[in-house]
Design a protein around this ligand. Structure first.
Ligand SMILES: CC(=O)SCCNC(=O)CCNC(=O)[C@H](O)C(C)(C)COP(=O)(O)OP(=O)(O)OC[C@H]1O[C@@H](n2cnc3c(N)ncnc32)[C@H](O)[C@@H]1OP(=O)(O)O
Ligand SMILES: N[C@@H](CCO)C(=O)O
Length: 519
């Protein structure tokens, strides 16, 4: 079964069950019309963006979540491509009843520009020369990747993303989205990432790049149609891969285990040392075999030039403004969930904490969480239970501020009863908060109070004002508002700030509409 926005056929019969897999999914692509301007000022004529989509967009396209992939990921985040045994790279959290629930949300993931999995990158054909770009491909940045994603999102008719989420370099794109397009992102989930690449991270990137460019087969980036620089690319991946693991996970995975052929038999190994070259059997530890395997497999799925460009984009990433992350995040609007991994030494937790501190200093709602794991950096691809729990509770948390109406009518207690009732009829409202001159909540009058006043021949507004007003704060969970409404049989509540000023109204209608939208 194909599963995309165009032809979703999943029904809610999965409700209440553990997460399920999507079926067969397919990739799509979009070619932007006209030139694409990069942060460097250089341009690309037309870009192609490869993407996948799971779940259905709702009528107002307000349920779309963009997933951003890490360094060597691609658009295939979940489900299976026909014939594949392994699902997409974030299948553990995307699907029916998983945190990124495809029965509620429409999930989109696209391959970054500069990549080699369908989107325009160095291995693509330059339309001006008819040959692969190679190193004539312009330098790209994380902001360029985000700008390309924005083109796709606009093309799909989405005005605001319900959420943007990703780990590692995906997390950088998430942060960049909230800075570049603050009005377009409601919720941001950044995992195992940084807001400013550190010298240590740049250093590892640099060694990987050197491994590639020092491979004679790299040939100045001009190797398409010839032998690829497999040795350099594999070495780059081996170095990188060590940084994605942890000391504890390597101990657990391999210990000091050696390959069966050599075991601890030093005489067997040393008998080969008479040869001119260092013997292969010196790669006798399991961890060496594992790294060789990871390096070798990588050369079959990734382009060396893309590796150079994307790692460089990561190195350039720095959201701080004149060294200040607080300034860098000024103007952001999203609500954030920032998740660190306890054993991640490549993007250690302090870097996530810095992000949250800078956001909080800007008065932004930012939550910090940790995944307790021994897997190291790659735990964001593996820790199914913790990821699902943290992401699900963040996505489904709706605050009063999300649905309150900031446009409301109020009266002062000196008003006449007649004026109050006229206002209600004219503006079709049933609740009028009574406020002081400086906007502070003093009471409330409802249409029911007016009806009673007429029946009882009461003529003064002051006599029918309810002074013990039930109200909520904007930052409270919507469940708080709904349980007050239920307990006291009230259909609307004033929303107040910390100084008791009325800043909006929340109604039972808006809560019901919300439940309807996501159920
Ligand atoms: C957005 C994105 O991030 S997309 C990119 C994510 N994908 C990758 O990074 C792909 C490569 N990375 C990995 O495989 C990562 O380690 C993970 C996180 C995705 C998977 O982790 P794990 O499930 O713990 O797998 P593990 O690291 O043990 O590797 C398993 C592979 O190594 C092989 N392997 C394990 N031990 C050895 C060994 N001693 N010698 C040789 N090969 C070995 C396994 O056979 C297996 O091969 P397979 O992938 O062909 O099935
Ligand atoms: N292992 C992942 C994470 C790197 O940050 C990848 O290759 O993309």
């Amino acid at each position: 079964m194909e599963f995309s926005a165009q032809n979703s056929s999943f029904k809610s019969h999965f409700s209440g069950k553990k997460g399920q897999n999507l079926g067969i999914v397919r990739s799509m692509n979009y070619e932007t019309p006209g030139i694409f301007r990069l942060e460097s000022g250089k341009t690309l004529s037309r870009i192609r963006i490869e993407y996948e989509m799971y779940g259905k967009m709702n009528a107002d396209k307000s349920n779309v979540i963009l997933i951003c992939h890490a360094l060597t990921g691609d658009a295939h985040a979940a489900g299976f491509h026909a014939g594949d045994k392994k699902p997409g790279w974030w299948n553990i959290v995307i699907g029916p009843n998983k945190a990124f629930d495809t029965e509620k949300y429409c999930i989109i993931c696209s391959n970054v520009i500069g990549g080699c999995k369908g989107s325009t990158g160095p291995s693509s054909i330059n339309p001006e020369t008819g040959k692969p770009y190679g190193v004539s491909f312009p330098i790209i940045t994380i902001a360029d990747m985000v700008n390309a994603q924005k083109k796709l999102i606009e093309h799909l008719g989405v005005k605001q993303l319900f959420a943007v989420a990703g780990g590692s370099m995906g997390g950088m794109q998430v942060l960049q989205w909230t800075v570049s397009y603050p009005e377009m992102v409601k919720k941001a989930i950044a995992i195992a990432t940084t807001a400013s690449t550190t010298p240590q991270q740049i250093a590892f990137g640099a060694i990987g790049r050197k491994a590639i460019t020092d491979d004679p087969k790299w040939n100045g980036g001009n190797y398409y149609g010839k032998e690829i620089p497999a040795q350099g690319l594999a070495l780059a991946r081996m170095i990188g891969h060590i940084t994605y693991l942890s000391d504890a996970s390597m101990q657990k995975k391999f210990g000091r285990a050696q390959l069966a052929e050599t075991g601890q038999d030093l005489s067997k190994i040393s008998s080969e040392t008479s040869s001119e070259t260092f013997p292969d059997s010196f790669s006798n530890f399991q961890v060496e075999s594992y790294l060789n395997y990871q390096g070798d497999t990588f050369t079959k799925r990734f382009d060396a030039n893309s590796y150079l460009y994307i790692t460089k984009a990561v190195d350039f990433f720095d959201l701080s403004n004149n060294g200040s992350l607080i300034e860098g995040f000024s103007g952001v609007k999203a609500k954030y969930l920032v998740i660190a991994i306890t054993s991640d030494w490549l993007y250690p937790p302090y870097q996530s904490q810095e992000i949250v501190s800078a956001l909080t200093a800007n008065g932004v709602d930012a939550r910090y969480e940790e995944i307790r794991s021994q897997y190291g950096h790659d735990a964001f691809l593996l820790e199914e239970g913790q990821l699902n729990y943290l992401i699900r509770s963040f996505l489904s948390q709706v605050l009063v501020s999300d649905i309150m109406s900031p446009n409301f009518y109020s009266i002062s207690r000196d008003e006449t009863l007649e004026n109050a009732s006229m206002l209600m009829v004219k503006k079709k409202v049933n609740h009028l908060p009574v406020v002081s001159e400086d906007g502070k909540l003093e009471g409330i009058v409802t249409s029911w109070d007016i009806t009673k006043a007429v029946a009882c021949k009461i003529t003064e507004l002051d006599e029918i004002i309810t002074r013990d007003v039930k109200c909520v704060y904007a930052g409270e969970k919507i469940e708080v508002a709904s349980s007050i409404m239920e307990d006291y049989s009230i259909s609307a509540l004033p929303v107040i700030d910390s100084e008791n000023r009325v800043i909006g109204m929340v109604t039972s209608e808006s809560i019901s509409a919300l439940i309807g939208r996501f159920s």
